[in-house]
Design a protein around this ligand. Sequence first.
Ligand SMILES: [Cu+2]
Length: 402
Amino acid sequence: MQWQKWCIRLGFTAREGLVLYTVGYWDNGKLRSIMYRAALAEMVVPYGDPGLSHNRQNAFDAGEYGIGMLANSLELGCDCLGTIRYFDAHLVNSHGEPFTVKHAICLHEEDFGTLWKHTDWRTQKAAVRRSRRLVISSIATVANYEYGFFWYFYLDGTIQFEVKLTGIVNTGAVYGGDKPKYATLLNDRLMAPIHQHFFNVRMDMEVDGRHNSVVEVHTESESSGRHNPLGNGFYAKSTALNTEEEAQQIIDPFSARYWKIVNPHVLNEKTREPVAFKLIPGENVLPFADSQSSLVQRAGFITKHLWVTPYHSDELYAAGPYPNQHAGGAGLPEWTRKNHSVADTDIVVWYTMGHHHVVRPEDWPVMPMAYIGFMLKPSGFFPFNPSLDVPPQSPLHGSCEI
Ligand SMILES: [Cu+2]
């Protein structure tokens, strides 16, 4: 499909649900590639109650259930508003029989506030443009929970992935009237255990071509001395992540860490720096389960937020192809053991994000939507703001451009 300057192919699989292929952006008459393939690669929901009936709860919602298998048929006017294009998903059940999930994918455009604005204080003249985004979404019901998977494409070249969490929290009975340590009381008979929702998204990157590298960027304070007389200095420091081991990273919000996917062979026409997209983490957390626990052994991908691997056609799922009752160690920890080079090659970027859920009484009996996600933003991919050419709106009164 094409929308504004975006060009994207859509797919849908039983295990991953939504799959995006060949994500590109029309730039001055040339279609520039950004990602070859992107999809949810695994999910796991560890619960924190060590009690008998809860200590084995850790569903791998993608690898065990299949997010695509559980997709809802979306309803116009309920799940999505406005001008909608729906896509059906054609899948095969466990008996090998084909079936169709009608309206499994919703495609629509929505207003997203102000794209950019400036008022010239000398002349009091203002220019303003509205932001719009293309939304590609699908919602799955995994037993008690609902997960919405939303890709957003913006006019300024930004890509966003967001998971929306709703549905009914997992609960247990309360015995003896004690205040539960590992759960939130919902009423005098019912509690909801503390838990986490981990998602891993696999992105086969292709920023302006197949061979890419990854760079870690964080900000440091300048040392004191004559070169920093007023002590105000700080700067962004870049470090190339050349191997799979170096590329195993966690977020660091206090140093404003992000990661750039660069193409060392294509330079920005203004800055002469390699073109890049940056991965900006959102909310995130690490697991609290013991590193030797069955859960962490089987879901090793949750111990790091960033993984980078050289492309391999059978490496699609972060916890390995068959996580159900697996002894552990499969997937990303196994593939990266040989510490391959990930510099200037066909790379796959895997991002793990964890939503931490200390249940609130207000999450009962049905949970208001919670959100977790990340952004991919052009960072030296364009020579300047690519949304300068967005036309002004036609307002009801007056003009958006005086
Ligand atoms: Cu939850």
